[in-house]
Design a protein around this ligand. Structure first.
Ligand SMILES: Cc1ncc(COP(=O)(O)O)c(C=O)c1O
Length: 287
């Protein structure tokens, strides 16, 4: 079951007008929220980021916090899987085609749930390969915009190289992945690029930094150069659906020893513990 503009229905019945500005211009924003054992993970943080994205595109939030919680709760109930991935999509709505914002327009609100597929155990224990690519996106990558053509092309490049992700480089520095954030380990220190307008402020990124802080893992938030990326002992990617995953080959060369490193093993275990704690504590991921 999905939710579209006030109604829950089977996805086959969902219809939107072809003049929807999401379809015509990619004029909208989205969120992806993982649900573990029917508990949405970091829901408040996802709704806060959604609000930031909406503010950035100057679109009024169609619902208050309580309404979003209710809609997401109901959607989770209506779908069978224990672990789900909730996709939220809000566009400026349907209107005669014209770039400028139309007056009196009703936003389109679409929510769907898919079974959550986290990386298979083999990817966790062996790591995955990635390529590097020039970050040719725009300069507002902090907005979770539905217009994802550059990300689609970059991720496809990685897939065609037999890899899972493209690590993006802009002006000599690493920004993030095509659909993930990237961490690097050098000399036993976990490095995270600072949040700015050239990367998406990941919810998983925040969890990893919080875990590093709470468990006194040495870390620094600072810009990471291409040379530092290429000579890193460990590289990790993070996202809501991939969680924390080690990149063990970059552009065909092994990262460190070519296997997931000790800092990864520690962070992966901490992340799983944290997740399990959220599942056992109703409300904790909801905040
Ligand atoms: C470009 C980009 N960066 C980072 C992320 C990771 O964000 P999160 O941890 O909130 O899923 C995503 C998520 O899909 C993304 O698309």
């Amino acid at each position: 079951m999905i939710y579209l503009n006030g109604e829950f229905m089977p996805i086959e019945q969902a219809r939107i007008p072809v003049l929807d500005r999401g379809f015509i211009f990619g004029d909208g924003v989205y969120e992806v929220i993982p649900v573990y054992s029917r508990h949405p993970f970091r829901l408040a943080e996802h709704l806060r980021r959604l609000q930031d994205s909406l503010n950035s595109i100057r679109l009024a939030n169609p619902h208050d916090h309580q309404t979003w919680m209710r809609l997401i709760g109901r959607l989770v109930e209506l779908n069978e899987a224990q672990d789900q991935s909730i996709y939220m999509h809000i566009t400026r709505g349907p209107a005669k085609r014209d770039h400028a914002f139309p007056k009196d327009i009703t936003p389109t609100v679409f929510l769907m749930s898919n079974p959550l597929t986290i990386p298979p155990q083999q990817q966790v224990s062996d790591g995955v390969c990635a390529i590097t690519a020039v970050d040719n996106r725009w300069s507002r990558c902090d907005i979770k915009a539905i217009a994802l053509l550059p990300n689609v092309l970059l991720r496809q490049e990685a897939v065609e190289a037999g890899c899972v992700e493209a690590v993006l480089l802009r002006d000599g520095f690493m920004t993030e992945g095509a659909a993930s954030n990237i961490f690097v380990v050098r000399a036993g220190v976990m490095l995270a690029p600072p949040k700015d307008h050239l990367m998406l402020p990941g919810i998983t990124y925040d969890v990893v930094l919080e875990l590093a802080q709470a468990h006194r893992i040495r870390h620094e938030v600072r810009k990471i150069s291409e040379a530092e990326l290429r000579s890193a002992q460990e590289i990790w990617l993070t996202s809501s659906t991939k969680e924390v995953l080690a990149i063990t080959r970059l552009d065909g060369a092994p990262v460190g020893k070519g296997t997931p490193g000790p800092m990864f093993a520690r962070m992966y275990a901490l992340y799983q513990d944290y997740k399990n704690q959220v599942m056992r504590t109703p409300g904790m991921g909801v905040a």
